[in-house]
Design a protein around this ligand. Structure first.
Ligand SMILES: Cc1cc2nc3c(=O)[nH]c(=O)nc-3n(C[C@H](O)[C@H](O)[C@H](O)COP(=O)(O)O)c2cc1C
Length: 201
């Protein structure tokens, strides 16, 4: 059975929701799934000063923190991150920077990897964030599985072919309805992981 790790970081809960939709779809596509989060690196005082952030930390306290082992275990990896000035958050970069050992042994090569993102503005850096995350994936020798326009759901979700992305309003709610696009992306990533696994055996 193909194994999928859904790896996210979220301070307001949006990317946790995207991760849960991706996990559901990966399971429906016949994959074993782990949802794991990048460890928090912000000071507790910063979290405490923001009620939404504090509530999300509390709501996700039982989600395991991602470890390099989760990536080694997985055939498919789906990332979900909020933008930070057009880049992934430091929390996720911090984790990616711990993957040198796996990379050096070639253990990340040929995995199927896809990414999703959110931002507060419709053009606030979602595409750049996904593309910047993919740069690391190319260095791993993994296979980037972008949704492209392989299903009409992408158009309804704002048309980002690099990966599903969403705009988060001031109230913290998602503006576009992206659930189907997330599910299509996750299913496609699992399908490519299956094909890659067959290729190797
Ligand atoms: C330091 C920082 C930088 C941010 N930079 C941007 C930005 O450049 N453009 C934008 O639209 N939103 C920006 N945001 C808003 C976040 O991307 C938004 O709150 C996030 O996508 C919500 O996802 P979450 O609920 O999973 O945390 C920034 C937020 C923070 C804290």
């Amino acid at each position: 059975m193909v194994k999928t790790a859904v790896v996210y970081y979220s301070s307001g809960g949006t990317n946790y929701q995207l991760a849960k939709w991706a996990a559901e779809a990966a399971k429906e596509a016949g994959s074993e799934v782990r949802i794991v989060k990048a460890a928090e690196t912000a000071p507790q005082a910063a979290i405490d000063s923001n009620p939404a952030w504090k509530a999300n930390v509390e709501a996700t306290k039982d989600v395991p923190e991602v470890k390099p082992d989760d990536l080694e275990w997985a055939d498919a990896i789906i990332f979900s991150v909020p933008t930070r000035f057009g880049n992934m958050p430091g929390q996720m970069k911090n984790f990616l920077d711990t993957t040198g050992g796996l990379w050096a042994q070639g253990k990340l090569a040929n995995k199927a990897v896809s990414a999703m993102a959110s931002a507060q503005n419709p053009h606030g850096g979602q595409e750049a964030t996904i593309l910047s995350l993919y740069t690391t994936i190319y260095h791993w020798g993994a296979i980037v599985v972008a949704p492209g326009y392989t299903d009409p759901v992408t158009f309804g979700a704002g048309g980002n072919p690099y990966g599903t992305s969403v705009t988060v309003g001031q109230d913290g709610k998602m503006i576009e309805d992206v659930q189907d696009a997330v599910k299509h992306q996750a299913k496609r990533t699992v399908q490519v992981a299956k094909a890659l696994k067959n290729m190797e055996s």
